[in-house]
Ligand binder design. Sequence first.
Ligand code: MV4
Length: 449
Amino acid sequence: MFSKILVANRGEIAVRVIRACRELGIRTVAVYSTADAEALAVQLADEAVCIGPAPARNSYLHIPNVIGAALKTGADAIHPGYGFLSEDPYFSEICADNGIVFIGPPPQVMEAVGDKAQARALMAEAGLPLLPGTATPVNSLEEAYAAAEQIGYPVILKAVAGGGGRGIGVVPEFADMRHAYTTTRASARATLGDSSIYLERYLPSARHIEVQVVCDQYGNAVHLGERDCSVQRRHQKLIEEAPSPAVDAGLREELGEVALRGAKALGYRGAGTVEFLLDDDGRFWFMEMNARIQVEHPVTEMVTGVDLIREQIQVAAGQPLSVEQGSVRLTGHAIECRINAEDVARGFAPTPGRLDVFQAPSGPGTRVDTHCVPGTAIPPSYDSMIAKLITWGRDRPDALDRMRRALAELRVAGRGISTTVPFHQSVIDHPAFRAGDVRTDFLARYLGM
Ligand code: MV4
């Protein structure tokens, strides 16, 4: 097992990883930017190294500084968390070149799933169901028109280098193609550094379902059921739950088998997520694979009892999975609300500032993953998430009742800071949400957002 892990991240996920390491008896190194000198992760880790100023490109994304901190402290592995360097195969290779284990899948696998068009082709080869779409990227507006003609409108344009909803553009009909093509390409180039796009049939009202998988180097591969992440805004997830109210045991087994078939075809190792769209007839289609731990992993942990970060670390250290498929049992229901420092009334605009008050809920079936305490700064340079509120119940109504109680208990206040709490309260109490009637158009359909 590793003796020291450097956590190349910040915020709640850095805290989450440090906690897993502590439980495994592994020493930890936090890295931090000057904006995070007082951070909880810095306090909880055994050691901490400043890796640069607030802008992420000069600190959390600055590979020489991160590697330098690992070498200086003698860390034998790096956990990248999510975001930042977590999906960068180049960073993974640099780790290996320096004798440091990157806690994640092999770089070739990261490369294959990072190219969303290539991932689609590989999954088609493995026999996964795909929506009609282009087998390769399109190179001109004319090609896009021709492909859309074949596929049938509406279509969606997706950046090859995208994922998680970055670099996508919906094309309702022929007349919208020219504009969507131009803007999606331009935004893909600007935000992802690669303007390549491919096309898919667009499903305007489906469920966003993702299957958690974990694989080791001995050929063991286990799925841990699905999460339903249909409540999103501009492809930012806001609420996630496990299991999905739309998935029964039979469909779960089918989804799990298909997800594992995909993961095995890629030679996957570590924790990963296979995303699908699910329609009202129980048909589902592969969307993309995520080669990282995800923000919403706690809901899976709450219903399976599996510590996903621990599995990641053990597998990266060359140990076998500590779970087998036959022993995976889903118990009860878990739901997660992302509490962001954002003003819902102003289009979810970030509201950075300092938290004068931060009092987390607790009690039965209540988990709060956060890096916040009274006095924590929410810098404008980073993600606006301040906490993940996760509740568990014996069934979905129990979990939702607990979430209502936990949201009411949470106290957050600071000059200029708004939160998404009122938004979550309105969703949790919405009759359609209560009924599990949730698809990707939920906010538009029921809340006019
Ligand atoms: C789609 C889709 C419908 N049809 N692809 C967004 C994030 C990325 N991982 C996949 N996403 C979607 N891809 C096709 N062909 C719907 C989504 C989607 C979504 C779209 C609009 C508003 C909210 C959404 C929430 C989840 C998924």
